[in-house]
Write a protein that binds this ligand. Structure first.
Ligand code: ADP
Ligand code: MG
Length: 328
């Protein structure tokens, strides 16, 4: 692709964690019951997401990596939809393919054969029949190999791996009915059973001790102070029973994993008013919000989300978490 196109894709794909986020969302959209994520060198050298979802036939997989000229990411309506639903009108795979070596092996459920498609720097290098299990495996190698300016901004592999783990953890906790596993440099970090209950998923990712210390957050608008959030729910660890030297908070806005400093600050704040300073929370929170009240100047492909009323959102999350901790 042309340089300008690669730069545009680089804006869309921020780092390995944003690649993983898009691929995992696609697996969920494809109705997968198992999703296996692995990364090499923090995802900089390689990201692999394998699912047992609906798969694609050859035409569909070709279409999936093509540029979608109908979708203009500058469209405000698109931006709002982006925050609202998982799918964001066919931009992700194309953008990922433009800045990496991308290969997709996929077989639709019930079909005899599958397809292997290889994209390099945005061009389809080959597409051929392949024997493979039902479902889809996407491999992304050498992220930003052709966009040195972007590659330069990547952090240490351990830091990138950490970001990836947060994303996978978030989706694993948000989808306890899906068996989600995460492996870094050949070592399994966690695997959820996919049994459907949130607690067994929490147990798998954070361990028994943290899981047994987590309390539910429940708060519809009527129970919250005024603000943009319509609902706040999730789980938070109780400071009396867990000890962590840093926070592990995953936040979802309308089902999409995000990093929202307002949310993280609110949780840590609610904690601070509770107890000891060396005890940080483990938390996963789900926020329902009218998309119109999310700051659309932040690109939906980026992980960071800002609310038009940051202070209001922060107060609401803080109130919900404080109540969860007090109720115990
Ligand atoms: P979007 O998810 O917004 O449609 P993507 O670029 O992420 O855009 O994906 C393009 C299309 O490729 C999807 O709409 C879907 O039809 C197909 N696709 C991508 N990943 C998978 C997958 N893991 N399983 C089945 N189909 C997939
Ligand atoms: Mg997608």
């Amino acid at each position: 692709p042309k340089t300008v196109e690669r730069i545009a894709a680089g804006e869309v794909v921020e780092r390995p964690a944003s690649v993983v986020k898009e691929l995992v969302e696609n697996s969920l959209d494809a109705d997968a019951s198992r999703i296996a994520v692995s990364v090499e060198n923090g995802g900089i050298d390689g990201v692999r997401v394998a699912d047992d979802g609906s798969g694609m036939d050859e035409e569909a997989v070709r279409r999936a990596v093509e540029e979608h000229t109908t979708s203009k990411i500058t469209d405000v309506e698109d931006l709002e939809r982006g925050v609202h639903t998982l799918g964001f009108r066919g931009e992700a795979l194309h953008a990922i393919g433009a800045v990496s070596r991308l290969s997709i092996t996929t077989r639709p459920r019930g079909e005899a054969r599958g397809t292997e498609l290889v994209v390099e720097g945005g061009d389809v290098e080959r597409s051929k029949p392949a024997g493979c299990p039902e479902g889809t495996t996407v491999e992304v190698a050498d992220l930003f190999y052709n966009v040195p300016a972007r590659r330069k901004y990547l952090k240490r592999p351990a830091t990138e791996a950490d970001h990836v783990q947060r994303v996978v953890t978030g989706y694993a906790l948000a989808n306890p009915d899906v068996a989600v596993s995460f492996e870094a440099d050949g070592r399994e970090r966690f695997a959820t059973p996919g049994r459907g209950d949130r607690r067994s998923a929490v147990m798998a990712v954070y361990g028994r001790e943290v899981a047994s210390a987590m309390v539910p957050i429940e708060g519809d608008a009527s129970a919250l102070p005024d603000g943009p959030l319509e609902n706040v729910s999730g789980l938070v660890s109780h400071p009396e029973t867990t000890r962590a030297s840093r926070e592990y908070c995953s936040a979802f806005v309308n089902g999409r994993y995000v990093t929202a400093s307002a949310v993280r600050e609110a949780i840590v704040d609610a904690y601070g008013t509770q107890l000891a300073p060396d005890r940080y929370p483990f938390a996963v929170v789900f926020l329902d919000v009218d998309p119109a009240t999310v700051d659309v100047n932040v690109h939906p492909r980026k992980l960071e989300v800002r609310f038009a009323d940051e202070a209001g959102a922060r107060e609401q999350v803080r109130a919900a978490v404080e109540r969860a901790l007090l109720d115990e």
